[in-house]
Ligand binder design. Structure first.
Ligand SMILES: C[S@@+](CC[C@H](N)C(=O)[O-])C[C@H]1O[C@@H](n2cnc3c(N)ncnc32)[C@H](O)[C@@H]1O
Length: 270
């Protein structure tokens, strides 16, 4: 469709409003050019044209179409030990600091935008490896209830494990007959998963010691991303850490009361 035609009748707002009513997912909070291109390319590959309103009708009528659409739109890519250098810092510096300067209760850790749980289970492995002095409750949340159900199963493919250090992988996961990796009970005991939209949730003030929000805000508009980071900082106790993805940053971090301690790692001053 040409720009002129699109200006004459712009179906995108009607599409996003319809999808919001159908699923609760608000695409207006995401960067339109990338999201619209992604949707139109996907519809064209599947149905031969990029008629958004015809697609909305299909999504309403056909659960399989809706599943396939959400799979494409929510971009659930993840893996165990994703960005190993970040995990090295978490294990070497962040968890020991939280243990030394933190509360006596178990650490409250949040994997915000957890996808199918690889990040939360990797966190749990680092908590166990940090020794008996570190205890934690890890909660993973994601907007997509299908990945949340997968996260609860705690089973990962060989590809998911490709960057995991072999000794740690064997310590915390059991390889099953079909070659997948199943989280061991001690790991599973530390994690739980909930469905939730980061753009709607109102987290408790100063509740968390560590929040990971990695590779989840990249498709949000800048305003939405910055407002989310602000809410995440409010949810951190002073001395707690916020860790973002390896291509991301927190805008005006100092104004929010954050000091960078390592690349992509911020500590709330206090
Ligand atoms: C690329 S994955 C990142 C997974 C993990 N944090 C990592 O870095 O490997 C992004 C996840 O963010 C989730 N997501 C997108 N928008 C969200 C929202 N508004 N609320 C909660 N989760 C959201 C997607 O469903 C997806 O599973």
């Amino acid at each position: 469709m040409s720009i002129v035609e699109r200006t004459a009748h712009d179906p995108y707002p009607e599409f996003t409003a319809g999808l919001r009513r159908l699923t609760g997912i608000d695409l207006d909070q995401y960067k339109r050019p990338q999201m619209e291109r992604r949707i139109r390319t996907w519809i064209t590959a599947r149905h031969g044209d990029d008629d958004l309103l015809a697609e909305l009708r299909r999504l309403r009528a056909d659960d399989e179409e809706l599943d396939a659409f959400l799979d494409r739109m929510t971009i659930n890519v993840s893996q165990l030990w994703r960005n190993p250098e970040q995990w090295e810092r978490i294990g070497r510096d962040v968890l020991p600091d939280l243990r030394a300067a933190g509360p006596a209760r178990p650490l409250r850790i949040w994997s915000a935008g957890c996808s199918y749980g690889a990040e939360a289970y990797t966190l749990a492995a680092h908590v166990l490896d940090a020794g008996p002095g570190v205890r934690a409750e890890i909660v993973g949340t994601d907007i997509d209830n299908r990945v949340v159900a997968r996260a609860r199963r705690g089973i990962f493919s060989d590809a998911d494990a490709r960057d995991a250090p072999r000794d740690a992988l064997l310590r915390h996961f059991e390889q099953t007959a079909d070659g997948t990796w199943a989280a061991r009970p001690a790991l599973r005991a530390l994690v739980r998963f909930e469905q939730g939209d980061l753009l709607r949730v109102r987290p408790r003030r100063e509740h968390h010691d560590l929040i990971l929000c990695r590779n989840t805000v990249i498709y949000f508009t800048e305003e939405v991303r910055d407002a989310l980071h602000e809410r995440l900082v409010e949810a951190l106790r002073p001395g707690g850490y916020l860790i973002v993805g390896a291509t991301e940053r927190v805008a005006r971090a100092a104004d929010l009361g954050l000091e960078p301690t390592h690349p992509f790692t911020y500590r709330k001053v206090g």
